[in-house]
Design a protein around this ligand. Structure first.
Ligand code: S3P
Length: 428
C-alpha cells in the first residue's frame, strides 16, 4: 500500500496513542500464567499483539472481550496444552522470544515460527540460556533462527549475565525462572526496559532486584487482578518529533507510559532544545504514566549520543534521526548496532531511504551520522516492511518541500494501525 504525505505547517491537538506494545505483550502472556482471571484495559490492538494472543489461544488460554477490556482466564503455570498447530509469532520478536521462555517450562513439544523478517532475526541469544536451564531446543544452524522446536519441562535455576542488551531475552529467562525450584538470577548490564519485572511484581511473584541483578524465586504462583496499559511512547515518538519541529506546534498527549527505561528520547530531545513538559505524573499497575505537552518552535541542536542511553531509546532512533535532520549541526548516534537486527536493518534503511529525500546521512557499523539543517525534497520511499520505518519516513515527509509517497505503508499495522489517520487529525 502506498500513502501520500503532504508537507505540513503545524501539528496541534490533544491525542492518545495506542497501548504500549511491550506492556501489552507482557500483560497477555503473564495473565495467561496467572491462577485467577485478569482484566486488561488499554491493550494495543495491532498485528504483533494479535500474534501473542493467537499463540496463547493455541496453547489453551481463553480470552473474552467485554466493554473494551480483555478478560484472560489464566490457567496457572501448568495449565497449558500441547498445541496442535505451529505457533506463529508473525513479525513479532517479542512474541517469539518471550514465548520461548514460557515454552521452555512446558512438558510438551511445540514449534515456534514467524514471518520472513522474523525468521532472519537472531534467536541464539535466547535459545542458549534456555538450554542451560534444561530446555531441549532444536532448529536451523544450532537453533540460531526460527522455526524452533522446544520441549521443556524440568528447568533448573541459573545465574546469567546478558551478553547483548535485550529486554526480550531478559524477559524470556524471567518467565522460565517462574518454573524453576530455587532462585534464578539475571544480570542486566544495560538497564533494558523493565516491564516484565514490574508486571511480575504486580501479579505477586517473588522478584527482587539488587543493582543490576534480578532474582526470581520459583516455582511461582501468579495472582489475578488487572492491568492498565498506558500509551506507547515508541508510537508517540513520531508525533512528539513532528510537534517539536513545527513553528506553532502544540500537542498534548494523554496517558503516556513514561517508564525511565523507555524515555531516553524525551531526555535527548530536551538536550537538543525541545520544549517538553510532563504533567500529571502518576503510577498505574506498577508503571509510570503522565501526560506530555510538546511545544514546537524552538531551534534544535545536533547531539552526540551513545552508550547507556541507547537501550532507553532503541526503538525511537528512527524518530530521533528525523529530528536530527532539522537540528543545527551534526548528530552522531553510536553503540546502536542492535538496530541492524530489528524488523529490518534500520541503520541501512534509514540512510538509504532518507537520502532519497536529500538528507545528508552516513551509515556507521553501529549507528548514523546525520547532518542537520538540510532542505528535504519530497520523494518516493519504501518502508522495508518495517512499521517504524514507515512512520519515520512519513514524519520526515511532513517537512519536505513537496509531497512524498511511502511505499509499504501497511507495515504500520504491526504497532499503530491508526497512525496515518491520527497524523491527518493533528496536521494542518
Ligand atoms: C522489546 C525490547 C527491545 C525492543 C523491542 C521490544 C520488548 O528489543 O527493540 O521493540 O518488548 O522487550 P530487544 O529486547 O531485542 O533489545
Amino acid at each position: 500500500m502506498e500513502i501520500t504525505v503532504e508537507p505540513v505547517e503545524t501539528i496541534r491537538g490533544q491525542i492518545r496513542v495506542p497501548g504500549d506494545k511491550s506492556i501489552s505483550h507482557r500483560a497477555l502472556l503473564l495473565s495467561s500464567l496467572a491462577e485467577e482471571p485478569v482484566e486488561i484495559e488499554g491493550l494495543l490492538k495491532a498485528a504483533d499483539i494479535s500474534s501473542t494472543q493467537k499463540c496463547l489461544q493455541d496453547l489453551g488460554t481463553g480470552f473474552v472481550e467485554e466493554k473494551g477490556r480483555l478478560k484472560v482466564s489464566g490457567q496457572g503455570l501448568r495449565g497449558f496444552k500441547e498445541p496442535q498447530v505451529y505457533l506463529d509469532a508473525g513479525n513479532s520478536g517479542t512474541t517469539a522470544r518471550l514465548l520461548a521462555g514460557l515454552l521452555a517450562g512446558q512438558p510438551f513439544i511445540s514449534t515456534l515460527t514467524g514471518d520472513e523478517s522474523l525468521r532472519r532475526r537472531p534467536m541464539k541469544r535466547v535459545t542458549e540460556p534456555l538450554r542451560q536451564m534444561g530446555a531441549s531446543i532444536s532448529g536451523r544452524e544450532d537453533s540460531a533462527s526460527l522455526p524452533l522446536t522446544i520441549r521443556g519441562g524440568s528447568l533448573v535455576p541459573i545465574s546469567y549475565s546478558l551478553p547483548v542488551a535485550s529486554a526480550q531475552v531478559k524477559s524470556a529467562l524471567l518467565i522460565a525462572a517462574l518454573y524453576c525450584r530455587g532462585i534464578t538470577s539475571v544480570i542486566d548490564p544495560f538497564n533494558t526496559r523493565d516491564h516484565t519485572e514490574r508486571a511480575l511484581r504486580h501479579l505477586g511473584a517473588d522478584i527482587k532486584t539488587a543493582g543490576r541483578r534480578i532474582m526470581v524465586q520459583g516455582p511461582a504462583r501468579l495472582a489475578g487482578g488487572r492491568f492498565s496499559v498506558p500509551g506507547d511512547i515508541s508510537a508517540a515518538a513520531f508525533f512528539i518529533v513532528a510537534a517539536a519541529l513545527t513553528p506553532r506546534g502544540e500537542l498534548y498527549i494523554e496517558n503516556l507510559g513514561v517508564n525511565p527505561t523507555r524515555s531516553g528520547l524525551l531526555d535527548l530531545l530536551k538536550q537538543m532544545g525541545a520544549d517538553l513538559r510532563l504533567l500529571n505524573e502518576r503510577e498505574r499497575c506498577g508503571e509510570p504514566v503522565a501526560d506530555l505537552l510538546v511545544k514546537g518552535g524552538r531551534n534544535l541542536r545536533g547531539i552526540k549520543c551513545g552508550g547507556e542511553i541507547i537501550p532507553r531509546l532503541i526503538d525511537e532512533i528512527p524518530a530521533l534521526a528525523v529530528a536530527a535532520l532539522f537540528a543545527g549541526g551534526e548528530t552522531t548516534i553510536r553503540g546502536a548496532s542492535e538496530l541492524r537486527v530489528k524488523e529490518t536493518d534500520r541503520i541501512r534503511a534509514l540512510a538509504v531511504e532518507l537520502r532519497k529525500m536529500g538528507a545528508r546521512i552516513k551509515e556507521r557499523p553501529d549507528g548514523l551520522v546525520i547532518e542537520g539543517g538540510a532542505k528535504l525534497n519530497g520523494a518516493r520511499c519504501h518502508s522495508h516492511g518495517d512499521h517504524r520505518m514507515a512512520m519515520a519516513l512519513a514524519t520526515a515527509a511532513l517537512f519536505a518541500e513537496s509531497e512524498s509517497i511511502i511505499e509499504g505503508a501497511e507495515a504500520v499495522k504491526v504497532s499503530f494501525p491508526n497512525f496515518f489517520n491520527l497524523l491527518k487529525k493533528v496536521a494542518s
